[in-house]
Design a protein around this ligand. Structure first.
Ligand SMILES: *Cc1c(COP(=O)(O)O)cnc(C)c1O
Length: 343
């Protein structure tokens, strides 16, 4: 597949040069296994410096494992986790969170543009308090959301107030956390521990790594024995340095943020080019690196026939996702192909 013909997902992208170089660097010498190496130490310290707090950091292979194991560490099998009905943990993890927690139930909340509202959380958490219903223990927020929107610091604070009232821990699915930081132009701490996020699953994969997600516990009590949970779940990499060294490549000189800014800017260029075209409507505000757009069936078919790849399975419209490797030329080519079809 040509690199220039897809807006399918940010995980279609390759490995960014800085991560690739760090991987090569880590390959120059032998190092202790299972995370006892210098790269894992450096990446963990780098994340502590980035968040400006003494958090506990673990690296796992993918986002499903990060979310599932982080949620399992928050509660017991008889607990429940409140998330948005569009959440990846509900729709795209094959029951991973329930499996890892031995049965904790997900309770589905609502809100426009993929964002849980305080009212929806309040409604779910107060619906039942009897012993026959799994006790709400945690909230899971996706930042940025599955629909390409962001929770502002104010929105997160309002959610934290409800969470405090009901003693709920907060998990953040940060598959596109970098894109949210870039879009909001905030310090990473301002949308995590400073607004009471207990654990963040910070994705490297969608930001420019081959694989590897950081599970960052701001509430270090929740991290007790987490390394055993990871090992049992098959998530302890023996050659851990090949996950952590590329993370060092992302963290140095804020490459992770540049990658996210670039992806967001490409999506803005794409969204700006779509606005005003006949029969074409943005479904959600474009805030990060995804554009959610209503395209007529025939137009979709014609674009696909020209070789463009994109998905329709999230949010009931076409989802166009940009990454660190998207180019302006690719965006412009898509727009000119589209204009040729609709104008
Ligand atoms: C991509 C993604 C994940 C992680 O998916 P894996 O395929 O398990 O790595 C988690 N949450 C969201 C919102 C995602 O988009």
């Amino acid at each position: 597949m040509s690199k220039s013909e897809q807006f399918a997902s940010d995980n279609y992208s390759g490995i960014c040069p800085q991560a690739w170089a760090a991987m090569a660097e880590a390959n120059r010498s032998d190092e202790p296994a299972y995370g006892e190496d210098i790269w894992t130490q450096r990446a963990s310290d780098g994340l502590r410096a980035l968040f400006d707090t003494d958090c506990d950091v673990y690296f796992v292979f993918n986002g499903t494992a990060a979310n599932s194991l982080a949620l399992a560490s928050i509660g017991q099998s008889f607990h429940s986790v409140i998330c948005h009905e569009m959440a990846h943990i509900e729709n795209d993890e094959c029951g991973g969170p329930e499996y890892a927690s031995n049965g904790a139930k997900l309770l589905l909340g609502h809100g426009p543009d993929g964002k849980l509202t305080p009212a929806s959380i309040e409604q779910l958490v107060t619906k039942r308090s009897d012993i026959h219903f799994p006790k709400p223990k945690a909230l899971s927020l996706t930042q940025s959301t599955e629909l390409g929107t962001v929770y502002t610091p104010e929105e997160l604070r309002a959610i934290r107030t409800v969470a405090d009232r009901h003693k709920l821990s907060i998990h953040m699915d940060g598959a596109r956390f970098a894109n949210a930081v870039a879009a909001l132009d905030v310090h990473p701490s301002e949308i995590t521990w400073k607004v009471g996020v207990d654990v963040l699953c910070f994705s490297g994969t969608k930001n420019g790594l081959a694989l590897g997600e950081a599970v960052v516990f701001f509430n270090r009590k929740l991290a007790e024995d987490f390394e055993w949970r990871c090992k049992q779940a098959g998530q302890l990499a023996s050659k851990m340095r090949f996950i952590s060294a590329p993370w060092c490549g992302l963290l140095a000189d804020n490459v992770w943020l540049d990658n996210a800014r670039h992806a967001n800017a490409c999506a803005k260029r794409l969204a700006d080019g779509l606005v005003g075209l006949p029969g074409i409507e943005l479904r959600h505000p474009r805030q990060v690196n995804g554009v959610f757009v209503e395209l007529p069936e025939l137009v979709q078919t014609a674009l696909r026939a020209k070789g463009w790849r994109f998905y329709n399975f999230i949010g009931g419209c076409s989802r166009l996702v940009c990454s660190w490797s998207t180019t302006d030329a690719q965006v412009d080519k898509f727009l000119s192909d589209l204009r040729a079809l609709v104008l």
